[in-house]
Design a protein around this ligand. Sequence first.
Ligand code: SAM
Length: 195
Amino acid sequence: MDHKELEAYFKSLDRSFFVEDDMKQYATLDQPLPIGFGQTISQPSLVLEMTRLLEPEKDSRVLEIGTGSGFQTAILAKMSAEVFTVERIEELMTKAKKRLDALKFANIHFKVGDGSKGWPEHAPYDRIMVTAAARILPDDLIIQLANGGRMVIPVGPQYLQELQLITKTDKGDINIETFGMVRFVELKGKYGWTE
Ligand code: SAM
């Protein structure tokens, strides 16, 4: 991954474009902000850190779970070949898609549904980014991660999780590294919390 390109695009991206009118004045703060439906756009510095850990390449096919506002999706789409993004709340997905279409991205595929089970029809993925907190590491996502792939995911109880980097070797073995504690909204569904 070209870190300079990532940082330049991250700086150029206007976060106020991804939030509702009443939140635009707070968009430059390094804080999560509400986006409706009890959900949040993540803290920008954490979005950058997680993208650095994910290391998308220009030929990567990326699965993203938790489209939210579409802010992280834009960064992934800029830094990779194709993004498959899944969001369970249809209204959030509609708004995110409108924003990403306005930014002229043509390499993003959208799905409304339970992303904790991934998107098996398009697997395997070189990279998987999960931006909601899983109760346990989702087996379905591990299966859908390509050999040589990387997955970034917060795992743990509802109010504090470990940020985990899962790497799959070329032979298919799994390694798990942790990168401190984070606080994400709940991943609902099979490997998360009940609706
Ligand atoms: N990355 C987003 C952004 O840049 O705005 C922020 C994502 S927000 C912290 C987490 C999102 O995950 C929410 O929009 C929530 O609805 C979604 N979510 C939670 N459980 C999900 C599931 N099982 N499948 C798909 N999306 C889910």
